[in-house]
Write a protein that binds this ligand. Structure first.
Ligand SMILES: [Zn+2]
Length: 316
């Protein structure tokens, strides 16, 4: 039986249910924890987060993948408590959002060190929480090209994925040729990699989503809901219909490679976040939009249940 590591322990893949595959419990830039002006009390963080997760669960959400990584506010004891209180399975990530969010200690580390660290967090646990990471986060630094550090992190992630059977999730899928070259050099099958953020307003034009799928990679339309129709849209927003049409075009060819999520932030750390956007966009807007576009329930299940289960299942 295949399994997935959640913060409360490994569970059978069949128990994941509907998966939000790229989300954040709380995301902030590294070092924001040193700026004492914004600090929220634990009560505030629970107050912002618990209702969103409860609502997710009530809508039929099963699993929330926290794509936050090591230096951006990951807090596993807090995730365990949230999961126990709300009934939502939470998958925590090892790895980094990008080379540019890895703090100097990690930025100066060797590939071997990074790989060992990821493997430890996946097989032994994250600190002394007893929780094992269920996914490895990597990403492309700002600027559009993979930096040397990004490449070292991707290489370490590939080795950890091969050793542990846990998959990789990327922040951005630009410069995918470089990423795929690293994965191929390491011998990692590309169906163990979800290339994320192919749909955001800044990068969609520069991202070769169908090419990635043709190489065997999985493709994440995972910034659903960051749309120009919001009252105060972020710079990566995109018109709602344009993103939806892009997704519908993609799944006509590559449904088996498609995953979708909202990349929302339950309780932002050190920044205001984006008002009016939560993980529940998946239920309140996206799934209704997909039904209105003519998708049947089996197709919706493929996108939110079967494809994520296939991707997240630990390979032995
Ligand atoms: Zn994210």
């Amino acid at each position: 039986m295949s399994r997935v590591n959640t913060v409360l322990g490994p569970i059978p893949t069949e128990e994941l249910g509907l998966v939000a595959v790229h989300e954040h419990i709380g995301y902030g830039m590294p070092g924001s924890e040193l700026d004492t002006k914004w600090w929220k009390s634990p009560e505030q963080r629970y107050e912002e987060t618990v209702p969103k997760l409860r609502q997710f669960h009530e809508y039929g959400g099963g699993t929330f993948v926290d794509a936050t990584g090591i230096c951006n506010g990951r807090d596993v004891d807090y995730y365990k408590s949230l999961s126990a209180k709300t009934g939502v399975h939470i998958v925590a990530s090892t790895g980094f959002v990008g080379g540019d969010t890895a703090l100097p200690f990690f930025a100066r580390a060797s590939v071997e060190y990074l790989a060992e660290h990821f493997i430890h967090e996946i097989t032994v646990g994250i600190g002394n929480t007893g929780s094992r990471a269920g996914i490895i986060k990597v990403g492309v630094s700002r600027g559009g090209r993979m930096t040397d550090l990004d490449k070292r992190i991707y290489r370490a992630a590939a080795r950890a994925a091969l050793t542990t059977g846990v998959p990789i999730l990327t922040h951005l899928a630009i410069d995918a040729e470089t990423a795929i070259a690293v994965f191929e050099e390491e011998g990692l099958p590309l169906d163990r990699v979800l290339f994320g953020h192919v749909d955001d307003g800044v990068n969609a034009e520069k991202t070769r989503d169908t090419w990635i799928a043709e190489q065997g990679g999985r493709v994440g339309f995972d910034t659903f809901g960051y749309e120009t129709e919001l009252p105060d849209p972020p710079f990566w927003a995109r018109p709602r219909k344009e993103r939806l049409d892009h997704f519908l075009r993609f799944i006509r060819q590559h449904l088996d490679k498609a995953l979708a999520s909202a990349d929302a932030n339950c309780s932002p750390l050190g920044w205001p976040g984006v008002q009016g956007h939560t993980v529940n966009y998946i239920f309140e807007d996206l799934i209704p939009d997909l039904r209105a576009a003519g998708l049947d329930e089996a197709t919706i299940k493929t996108i939110f249940v079967d494809n994520p289960a296939d991707f997240l299942a630990i390979q032995n």
